[in-house]
Design a protein around this ligand. Structure first.
Ligand code: PLP
Length: 427
């Protein structure tokens, strides 16, 4: 498919697209903004649906969606209407007072998950911090553990605060930030023997495992789905020992996998789970969801100034209601299957370059072989030059996380771009 066809399929005037990205003049930006991110050399200034435009007027098909965040794409009419109405009415008050739409959002989340209560904050890391604090308080006040341990997985990702980089089982995120938090231990993901051994070995003197914290599918760690058998056995261990199971649903929750929550693919219910990213479609919000034992938290134990403010809750309610009304989970399942089928066909064409296509719903990874010199960044750059935004998930996995409203034509257009990019890279 040519670039013109791609543009036409997305109902964008062909003349709006230029041939190659024009690098953003970033000197001023770099002078004033801390250099904590490696950035691609474009600046995005507007978007509609699954398409975004950079400051030079060039358009891109957006299969990054703010890294699995813009659930309803860009400039969705329902989100525009809600956010406009809410900011004209009341956008922020303190949790010193009742916030009615926070209660409505909590009700929706409780009715559409295994949880009984919600706590709202602003990000994934903050939601995970809340879960860690709750587990520790439960350890001290109910489990009578003096030195509570939390077991997490190697290659996991749980955030960038001090507690969550410690929970994250990847040394590269921890380097030079020590001393880290005490009380964490790491085991390989999907390895039940390693988990059993850890739970036994960590039971020593005043120390015991209070919680196990895992992603249902490791996103940053390379789009690796959890295995059903592993999680079923894990749940059994937790039930037998009283260990809490915390699921980090920050990247996969609220519909991205074709079900509301990633744990639904694994036949289990967690005791605590966290959500953020896609929950309000790009308006900052985080949530920690829990069964009734969360009542160990008392007034004063945990708080967040912005957490669950009327603006964020209005946006999240609109995302939730739109997912339901427009039957978007079905779209996620169907478009996900379509995408994986197309990517598998491409991978088969280049067996020395790719090893696997994997994922659930609309979080998918294309893994490059260890033998090829190509990296995920090479593929991402080549796709960007051809008008498609993708994001790496580690050095060898290219991640596809488009808005959940993506169309059949847009999936096909993205696959065509990937095919063209690979052909050019291997030629
Ligand atoms: N947990 C998971 C599984 C994530 O993927 C992320 C972000 O990528 C986080 C936590 C951290 O979320 P945030 O960046 O909103 O703090």
């Amino acid at each position: 498919m040519t670039r013109d066809t791609l543009v036409k399929n997305a109902s964008i005037p062909a003349e709006s697209a230029s041939a190659m990205p024009i690098p953003y003049e970033s000197t001023e930006f770099d002078t004033h903004v801390m250099a904590t991110y490696g950035r691609f050399p474009i600046a995005l200034e507007r978007g509609v649906g699954c398409r975004v435009w950079d400051t030079s007027g060039r358009d891109y098909l957006d299969f990054v969606a703010g890294i699995a965040t813009c659930t309803l794409g860009h400039a969705h009419p329902a989100l525009i209407e809600t956010v406009t109405r809410q900011i004209q009415t009341l956008h922020h008050v303190s949790n010193l007072y009742y916030i009615p739409n926070q209660g409505e959002l909590a009700k929706w989340l409780v009715e559409h998950s295994c949880a009984d209560r919600a706590f709202f904050c602003n990000s994934g890391a903050e939601a995970n911090e809340g879960a860690i604090k709750l587990a520790r308080k439960y350890a001290h006040t109910v489990q009578e553990i003096e030195k509570p341990m939390i077991v997490t997985a190697k290659a996991s990702f749980h955030g960038r605060t001090l507690a969550t980089i410690t929970a994250t089982g990847q040394p590269k995120y921890q380097k030079n930030f020590d001393p880290l938090m005490p009380g964490f231990f790491y085991v390989p993901y999907n390895d039940i023997r390693a988990m059993e051994a850890a739970v036994t070995e960590l039971d020593e003197g005043d120390q015991r495992v209070t919680a196990i914290m895992l992603e249902a599918l490791q996103g940053e760690g390379g789009v690796r789905p959890g295995e059903l058998e592993y999680f079923l056995r894990l749940r059994k261990i937790c039930d037998e020992t009283g260990i809490l199971l915390i699921m980090d649903e920050v990247q996969v929750g609220i519909g991205r996998t074709g079900k509301y929550w990633g744990y639904e693919h694994l036949g289990i219910e967690p005791d605590i789970f966290t959500s953020a990213k896609g929950l309000a479609g790009g308006i900052p919000i985080g949530a920690m969801m829990c069964k009734t034992f969360c009542d160990v938290f008392e007034p004063g134990d945990h708080a967040s100034t912005f957490g669950g403010n009327p603006l964020a809750c209005a946006a999240a309610l609109t995302v939730a209601q739109t997912l339901e009304q427009d039957n978007i989970l079905q779209n996620v399942q169907e478009r996900g299957e379509q995408l994986r089928a197309r990517l598998r066909a491409i991978a088969l064409k280049y067996p020395s370059v790719f090893v696997e296509v994997r994922g659930w719903g609309l979080i998918n990874g294309l893994e490059l072989s260890a033998e090829t010199e190509l990296t995920s960044v090479d593929v991402v750059k080549a796709a960007m030059e051809r008008g498609l935004l993708l994001v790496p998930a580690g050095p060898k996995v290219v991640r596809f996380v488009p808005p959940l409203i993506v169309s059949t034509e847009e999936i096909e257009a993205a696959a065509e771009v990937v095919e063209g990019a690979i052909a050019a890279l291997v030629s």
